[in-house]
Write a new protein. Structure first.
Length: 262
């Protein structure tokens, strides 16, 4: 996988590559990286990369000439890469999207600044716009880092344990189960007994149930994207019946229909 990042702050991107999983992926040959400074492709002594917007309004817009020069240089270095603009107007970046991008030969990631980039650059060069959420960032660098991190984790051999990537949150539209490590008791809080039992089947069932419960409570929308399996349906039914019992024991009338019922 080849990553080429277009940015006004290449040192920021380089610092990201120099640490953690990205550094190991580079050392292992799973990815190659290059940062292209957009300012290097600007004309004039001051290397100006932005200007006032036509039609008025606040803020500045990134000029097309430096971006075009940087993009052409990037395409020479990575001719088969997909050109991606990090933008609040882009498609949502999620785990499914990360999986699709991991199948690409490479990614050219364009980091915008100010009020955005000249629209003519998007029309001529950009193949995909991505957003990491409904939030305004100072620039696209943080979003580019998120994309590179998520995609790199999915590349063969990067994690050293393929099961780790397979079990990550969102891989199957479920949040991850709770994690614990030593000591077994911390400030009066104990690790669940089942995790200390050494009984692998019980541990697997506990983790499945915990992941489903966390998804139900924190991100129920994911249950619509990835419908429950037969085992999960049985768990949900058992929880529903227990909730009914508790409500009735407290003098309530119970629930009319189970979650998702008509």
């Amino acid at each position: 996988m080849q990553f080429v990042v277009l940015t006004l702050f290449p040192e920021l991107i380089q610092a990201f590559w120099d640490n953690g999983i990205l550094r190991r992926a580079i050392a292992g040959g799973a990815i190659t990286t290059e940062a292209i400074a957009i300012r290097d492709h600007a004309a004039g002594r001051h290397r100006v990369t932005d200007d006032r917007p036509y039609g008025g309004g606040c803020g500045m817009v990134m000029k097309p000439e430096p971006l075009a020069g940087a993009l052409r240089a990037a395409r020479v270095k990575a001719p088969e890469a997909l050109t991606v603009l990090l933008s609040p107007q882009g498609a949502p970046f999620d785990q499914d999207m990360a999986g699709r991008l991991a199948q690409q030969a490479g990614l050219i990631l364009v980091c915008g600044r100010y009020e955005g980039i000249d629209e003519r650059i998007s029309e001529q060069f950009i193949e995909l716009e991505l957003s990491i959420g409904d939030v305004v960032l100072t620039g696209g660098e943080v979003a580019a880092m998120a994309v590179m991190d998520a995609v790199t984790r999915l590349l063969p051999g990067v994690l050293g344990n393929e099961v780790s990537a397979e079990q990550d949150s969102f891989r199957h539209q479920r949040l991850d189960h709770a994690h614990y490590t030593r000591p077994p008791v911390f400030e009066g809080r104990e690790v669940p007994e089942v995790l200390l039992s050494g009984h692998h089947d019980r541990i697997a069932r506990w983790r499945q149930a915990d992941a489903l419960w966390r998804t139900l409570v924190k991100r129920p929308d994911l249950l619509y994207k990835g419908p429950p399996s037969d085992e999960e349906t049985a768990l949900l039914g058992a929880w529903y019946r227990e909730i009914q019992r508790i409500i009735r024991a407290r003098g309530g009338g119970g629930l009319d229909t189970p979650p998702g019922g008509g």
